[in-house]
Design a protein around this ligand. Structure first.
Ligand SMILES: Cc1cc2nc3c(=O)[nH]c(=O)nc-3n(C[C@H](O)[C@H](O)[C@H](O)COP(=O)(O)OP(=O)(O)OC[C@H]3O[C@@H](n4cnc5c(N)ncnc54)[C@H](O)[C@@H]3O)c2cc1C
Length: 424
């Protein structure tokens, strides 16, 4: 092994990178030469950001030292990948030059790109605008300071991490507003989003719509955010004008939210706004030959959706948020992707075949209020895939307190002590 060659390079030591390294070490009978390249000193348990944004989890408890998570026997190269050359089997880094590999695992996650929505960068600096994706502690401040009017929860049109997170923020925010009945009476809680339905899986959609109606939340679907006017606190959306505008709203028959419609553009005034910003893969991936060159997921890493192997470079694999596959971008999805990727990679080394296949499993723990959570588990076909063991004990089509306990205590414990250690 030379400093400039490793048998396996893992680009990105977040959820997917560390889980892959840990399982490779555990599952390989022989010592592997694995290097993880990641510039970050810290590793963050991002799923708890939703709770931090509601004052129900300490920010400090979401953060651990990256160094301590690097599995024994693996090398951490604290550096940034700046380009990939799959024909040359090498990556180039900012400070360590070019490093070659026998096998590459691409796991750099996605980045927020505020420049993709006009006015967003300035809006994020304002005291009434927040995002659990950027600064969840600010979200909690903004929610506590809200004095009534329009509380707008929204998101951009790009794929986002944990697609359920924007609505989780809304349920928690609204639950907090209810503590002051006068404030709640004087507020419209609005969720404006680009999708056609609140959730793609029938059983969970039904329960979520019940909650939306019980709590008089305003839904505005097919709303494509493109601009924010931070000074006047207005969010601008396009919508498909072949629909009558009213048909795209729920619980807003009399336009309480005061949406202004003109020439196919909707304006919604906000008194506070929470949003999921636009996201995309990092530049080094988008600019490489490993990226999809066309289609809706252009720029994301091109891997087979069942084997997580590159179709053009058999020594390249990838997992997590930066993949160009139609899976939800969650840690839960990565938990199921990792053993498949690891088995296919070890099979490639050993010149055997692997039968393992990733079916698109993901889970989205939708926190519906303080003390309540609906565990939505599903696959590529948007078919419900609730855990058989949990479903024997609980009705997993309903939000419940035991699931909240799972979200607040169980899942963080499993993440740090099992998933990061390659045990599940
Ligand atoms: C608000 C919020 C709520 C969420 N809720 C849930 C939830 O309830 N359940 C759930 O399962 N998931 C949830 N997620 C999603 C989950 O956290 C992600 O899907 C998961 O962390 C993605 O893992 P990853 O390895 O692809 O990327 P990440 O974990 O983001 O790691 C990427 C790593 O790559 C590194 N990197 C980036 N660029 C480079 C480079 N150029 N060179 C080298 N390294 C680089 C980064 O430093 C980082 O360490 C949530 C996320 C957020 C933000």
């Amino acid at each position: 092994m030379s400093a400039h060659h490793h048998q396996i390079i893992i680009a990105g030591g977040g959820t997917g990178g560390i889980m892959t390294a840990a399982q490779l070490v555990k599952k390989s009978k022989e010592q592997l030469d694995i290097a993880i390249i990641d510039p970050s000193e810290v590793h963050i348990y991002q799923p708890a950001y939703t709770l931090v944004g509601a004052g129900a989890f300490k920010m400090a408890d979401t953060i651990r030292s990256e160094k301590k998570l690097i599995p024994k026997g693996c090398k951490w190269i604290k550096d940034e990948v700046i380009s990939l050359d799959p024909d040359d089997h090498s990556v180039t880094t900012l400070n360590n030059g070019t490093i070659s590999y026998d096998f590459l695992v691409v796991a750099p996650g996605v980045v927020n790109d505020l420049s993709m929505v006009e006015g967003l960068e300035e809006a994020m600096r304002r005291p009434e605008v927040c995002s659990n994706y950027i600064d969840p502690e600010k979200t909690w401040e903004v929610v506590q300071k809200f004095k009534g009017g329009n509380a707008l929860y929204t998101q951009s049109t790009t794929p986002i991490k944990c697609g359920g997170a924007p609505q989780k923020a809304m349920y928690l925010g609204e639950d907090h507003f209810q503590k002051n009945p006068e404030l709640r009476k004087n507020s419209n809680v609005i969720y404006a989003f680009p999708g056609t339905v609140i959730f793609g899986v029938q059983e969970f959609k039904e329960r979520l719509l019940e909650i939306v109606d019980e709590r008089n939340l305003i839904l505005k679907h097919r709303h494509r955010l493109f601009k924010i006017d931070p000074e006047h606190q207005i969010a601008y959306y396009t919508y498909p004008t072949d629909f009558e505008y009213q048909s795209l709203t729920r619980n807003d028959d009399h336009n309480k939210a005061g949406a202004v419609e003109e020439d196919g553009i909707i304006q919604i005034h906000y008194d506070m706004m929470h949003l999921a910003p636009p996201m995309r893969p990092p530049d080094f991936l988008m600019n490489s030959k490993l990226a999809l060159q066309e289609g809706g997921l252009k720029g994301y890493c091109n891997v087979d959706k069942h084997t997580l192997q590159s179709p053009h470079y058999p020594n390249v694999f990838g997992l997590g948020d930066a993949m160009g596959i139609p899976a939800a971008k969650t840690g839960a999805a990565i938990r199921k992707q990792t053993p498949v990727l690891v088995d296919h990679l070890l099979a490639e080394i050993k010149k055997r075949t692997s039968e393992l296949s990733y079916d698109g499993y993901s889970s989205c723990p939708i926190v519906t209020g303080y003390g309540k959570m609906l565990l939505c588990e599903f696959d590529y076909d948007n078919k419900r895939q609730s855990d058989p063991f949990l479903s024997k004990i609980f009705d997993t089509t309903k939000d419940s307190w035991p699931m909240w306990i799972l979200k607040k205590y169980g899942l963080p414990y499993l993440y740090w002590n099992q998933m990061m250690k390659g045990r599940m």
